[in-house]
Write a protein that binds this ligand. Structure first.
Ligand code: PGA
Length: 254
């Protein structure tokens, strides 16, 4: 089964609307001709920048996603946003359960599960993040931690629900640190995630689900990671904020 690679930029809390438009315009203009050979391309700006970036990306293959979504349709949830509200901006994807949300904002596997199910129900593609901390890796608990996250994050979901889901493996110790996982370390975890998916949802879902690597991915290390059999793209932070770097990552995925 061939899985189309996905190169996704997580802009985090960076870029005003004007700066976001400038960045997406530079990416759009820098894309090589012949969209067929391109990976799927996604950028995920802040909420206030979504509409402007969707507008600027029009006429290009660049898709736009948000960085969080609430599970309720509306209500007394100050600071949150619903899937239907996101959809009015034109976004197609949403990042869920990023380690920064887990670390700083009390995100748990239970809330990741609720957000993921709401996104799927609304027709948004969830990009669900999992990853171990340095202490967990050093204690030899990586697979236990990742396995538990996958089981809890996709609990009570069906194979049909999983059809559009994208997973991002992001070792916490590699995010924004410049310490990238080796090709072998990443491949080992990606293959393990696929095995857990097969146990939960069957071989077809495991085979079709795209699993991205994230954590200090940059043009210099992308080729080796993207050549691994179970690595289907990247979720990129720092290197997604500069058009030449992001374009080089797109090129590496071709
Ligand atoms: P980084 O961030 O590429 O800056 O390490 C990746 C992420 O957090 O998604």
């Amino acid at each position: 089964m061939s899985r189309r690679k996905l190169i996704a930029g997580n802009w985090k809390m960076n870029k005003t609307a004007a700066e976001g438009v400038a960045l997406v315009t530079a990416i759009k203009e820098g894309l090589p001709a012949g969209a067929d050979a391109l990976p799927e391309i996604l950028v995920c700006p802040t909420f206030t920048t979504l509409g402007a970036v969707v507008e600027a990306a029009k006429g290009s293959p660049i898709e736009v996603g948000a960085q969080n979504v609430h599970w309720a349709a509306n209500g007394a949830f100050t600071g949150e946003i619903s899937a239907d509200m996101l959809k009015t901006t034109g976004v197609t994807h949403v990042i869920i359960g990023h380690s920064e949300r887990r670390q700083y904002f009390g995100e748990t596997d239970a809330t990741v599960n609720q957000r993921t199910r709401a996104a799927v129900a609304a027709g948004l593609v969830p990009v669900v993040c999992v990853g171990e901390t340095l202490a967990e890796r050093e204690a030899g608990k990586t697979m236990d931690v990742i396995g538990a996250q996958i089981k809890a994050d996709f609990a009570e979901m069906t194979a049909a629900d999983m059809a559009t889901v994208v997973i991002a493996y992001e070792p916490v110790w590699a995010i924004g640190t410049g310490k990238v996982a080796t090709d072998e370390q990443a491949q080992e975890v990606h293959a393990f995630i696929r095995k857990v998916l097969a146990e939960m949802f069957g071989a077809a879902v495991a085979d079709a689900t795209r699993i991205l690597y994230g954590g200090s991915m940059k043009p210099a290390n992308a080729a080796g990671l993207l050549a691994q059999p179970d690595i289907d793209g990247g979720l990129i932070g720092g290197a997604a904020l500069k058009a030449p770097d992001f374009l080089a990552l797109i090129e590496a995925a071709r």
